[in-house]
Design a protein around this ligand. Structure first.
Ligand SMILES: Nc1nc2c(ncn2[C@@H]2O[C@H](COP(=O)(O)OP(=O)(O)OP(=O)(O)O)[C@@H](O)[C@H]2O)c(=O)[nH]1
Ligand SMILES: [Mg+2]
Length: 454
């Protein structure tokens, strides 16, 4: 109600206003005027904030475009800071600008794609990557695995899934309910020839099985499953020989293979085993070709407490190998492991480069390298046989390491490789972690390959 002592000067106007308000059922002027004023101030403040934020986002986007950086991050930055209503606005502004303004140049797009690829790669191996500040970040060793690991047998089985599914399943379906005759052997031959074993080994296996069926007068066709398993074990047994580092002062190991098979990771794993056994290790970063390859190896060296010898990117890999072996000789280091750039086994010049690296090592430390290890990706299947043959012809392999047997792979190819080349299998890689390298045990491998369960 109107109080004349409280509002002496504007009394008549307020009284009239009050009467109108009372008639409409709204609060009297003593309440409504301050309330209106507060509301007007509040709306003005929100409006000012929105305009201010919009300007800030536009300025950020302009700055990023000028620097050739992705504009989405500007929106993301803005969105992170903004309350929910403003997220929509930030996204709209980016869309408007992307649509309405002139497109980025090809160079800028290419630069962005390259940066994106590198970021994706970094995210792949590191769950919480640092903000990307380098143009070419090294692929770091994978983070320490937290989830419980499968048993070695389970991982082997998983790794052989493609071979086993294609081979053992088909063998059983050929054998089931059949009498042993030439037709059955013809069908078995077909199955073995199309498996990852390779034709020569398949032929050898079949002949051995036929001989035993005849000699042992076997009549139950299902027993052929066990015969094949035993014969495969016989092929693998002699070449299951783990790496033995003898006193070479230094003992020199050269690691080769095609791109991305796991050479550098495997070197890290081997070095870890060796330093754990109390051996001193020098790593030679002779992959001077791939950007940041030496950084990748450096991370492993730090992790396993090994020393690293490296030169600038693009340097002659033989020179790095020379330095590494020489340093190890001078300092009486136990083992040198030389990493090399991945290369296709069909590229003549690149294979010649490997021969040169090998020759140089022999010059510094006669008789070295003591081990030339070929790393093979188990997913390669039969192409692994071709790779192994080429690298063996060029370098004279002393051992093979079969990696990525933990994934769905085609590890059965190792039977063919072993049979045709007679090169020992030193290790199998069953994961990305530092301790995911195991000696190759022929019987475990065959059991996993022929396991019918699950
Ligand atoms: N699952 C699994 N991944 C592996 C294994 N060994 C290596 N890797 C992964 O394979 C990828 C390539 O490994 P690298 O060690 O960089 O391969 P590389 O042969 O040195 O590659 P280049 O030097 O580029 O030729 C990485 O992501 C490794 O973590 C393994 O046994 N199992
Ligand atoms: Mg490498």
């Amino acid at each position: 109600m109107y109080d004349p002592t409280l509002w002496p000067h504007i009394g008549p106007y307020l009284q009239a206003f009050n009467e109108v308000m009372e008639n409409t059922g709204l609060p009297n002027a003593t309440v409504s005027i301050p309330l209106t004023a507060v509301l007007v101030l509040l709306f003005s403040w929100i409006l000012l904030r929105l305009v201010h934020r919009r300007r800030k986002i536009e300025a950020t986007i302009e700055r990023r475009k000028a620097a050739g950086e992705p504009v989405e991050e500007a929106a993301a930055e803005a969105i992170e800071e903004e309350p929910v209503e403003e997220e929509v606005e930030a996204e709209e502004i980016v869309e408007e600008l992307e649509e309405g303004e002139e497109a980025l140049s090809d160079e800028q797009i290419e630069a962005e794609l390259a940066a994106e690829a590198l970021e994706a790669e970094a995210e792949d191996v590191e769950p919480e990557p640092e903000p990307v500040v380098e143009v070419v970040p090294p692929p770091p060793p994978p983070p320490v695995e937290e989830k419980p690991k499968l048993s070695l047998f389970a991982r082997l089985k998983q790794g052989l899934a493609k071979t086993a599914g294609g081979l053992v399943g088909r063998i059983d379906s050929v054998l089931r309910g059949r009498k042993i005759d030439q037709d059955l052997f013809d069908e078995l031959e077909e199955v073995l020839f199309t498996a990852d074993l390779g034709p020569t080994t398949a032929d050898k296996l079949l002949t051995a099985v036929q001989d035993r069926v005849r000699e042992e007068k076997i009549e139950d066709a299902m027993l052929i499953h066990d015969l094949l398993k035993e014969e495969m074990g016989k092929i693998l047994e002699p070449i299951a020989k783990p790496l033995e580092v003898v006193d070479g002062k230094p003992y020199v190991i050269m690691v080769v293979g095609v791109n991305g098979v796991g050479k550098t990771t495997t070197i890290g794993k081997i070095a870890s085993k060796l330093t754990h056994d109390g051996k001193s290790v020098i790593m030679g970063a002779a992959d001077t070709f791939r950007a940041a390859a030496d950084e990748q190896l450096t991370i492993w060296a730090e992790r396993v407490d090994a020393e690293i010898i490296r030169q600038k990117s693009g340097a002659d890999p033989s020179a790095v190998a020379y330095d590494a072996v020489q340093a190890a000789v001078n300092r009486a280091v136990d083992v040198v492991i030389v990493d090399t750039a991945g290369r296709l086994h069909t590229k003549h010049n690149l294979m010649e480069e490997l021969k040169k690296i090998k020759r140089v090592m022999d010059k510094v430390h006669p008789g070295s390298p003591h081990e030339v290890l070929l790393v093979l990706d188990a997913n390669t299947g039969q192409n692994g046989i071709a790779q192994a043959k080429s690298f063996n012809e060029a370098l004279g392999l002393t051992g093979i390491i079969l990696t990525k047997l933990d994934g769905t792979a085609k590890g059965g190819c190792i039977v063919g490789i072993s049979d045709e080349l007679q090169v020992p299998i030193r290790f199998i890689g069953i994961g990305e972690q530092i301790d995911d390298l195991r000696p190759f045990v022929a019987q475990d491998f065959v059991n996993a390959l022929f396991d019918r369960e699950g």
